[in-house]
Design a protein around this ligand. Structure first.
Ligand SMILES: [Zn+2]
Ligand SMILES: [Zn+2]
Length: 216
């Protein structure tokens, strides 16, 4: 399994990045993105530390690769492009925007601002519009199918429009503890639950992971 969206205790996850990584490896995950929540208050604190620990872990873990990232969360939409660039400069290799899930009151305009920024994944984009899905396709930004129960309630809507328009999807767990990691059979069920084949989702995860891991 490749899982490019997870949280450590550098935001609201339960475990240190190292513990999260070793537990992910024990569960058979091949590549893990640790993408803690950031805004302008903690970006400098969190992102360089995730970059450092990922480097250390990648020298020592036997099977798992760790990719440092950031999830831009409840940021005023107008500031999203600038914060995304800052996160990249500080060492985040996967930039996620915390999209307009219907489970929370995310600022209106977050999906659109994220899709206009230099990001990789729009997470749990809720009742995303067709225009926004078309923008995701045009800009090569992956739309997330979430295995996290609270965000997964709109997976069907996201998958349907993405398939109609031809935008690419990615499946992540948004894990905040190691209990939420899933294996391939479970991931296949989540995909099937929104009428998607798992294989293209997995391929999209792998393509993004390899692109950012080997980019200089
Ligand atoms: Zn969280
Ligand atoms: Zn998240």
């Amino acid at each position: 399994m490749i899982d490019l969206h997870s949280h450590s205790l550098w935001s609201d996850g339960e475990l240190l990045p190292s513990e999260l990584a070793y537990r992910a490896e024990a569960k058979g995950i091949e590549i893990l993105g640790i993408t803690d929540h950031i805004d302008s208050s903690n970006i400098e604190l969190v992102v360089p530390r995730l970059a450092q620990v990922a480097e250390d872990l990648n020298k020592n873990l036997r099977k798992l690769k760790v990719i440092p990232g950031a999830e831009l969360t409840h940021i005023p939409p107008a500031m999203i492009p600038e914060i995304a660039e800052r996160a990249r400069r500080l060492g985040a290799k996967i930039i996620i925007v915390h999209g307009e899930t219907i489970a929370e009151t995310v600022p209106v305009g977050t999906n659109k601002a994220g899709l206009q920024s230099n990001i990789n994944i729009l997470a749990h984009p809720g009742l995303i519009s067709k225009e926004e899905v078309a923008l995701a396709k045009e800009r090569g930004i992956l739309l997330e199918i979430s295995a996290r129960v609270i965000h997964g309630i709109t997976n069907g809507h996201i998958a349907k429009i993405a398939q109609e328009i031809g935008a690419n999807l990615i499946l992540n767990t948004d894990s905040h503890s190691s209990n939420s990691f899933i294996d391939i059979p479970q991931a296949k069920m989540v995909a099937k639950g929104c009428c998607c084949d798992f294989e293209p989702l997995y391929k999209n995860s792998r393509a993004l992971a390899e692109r950012v891991m080997y980019a200089q």
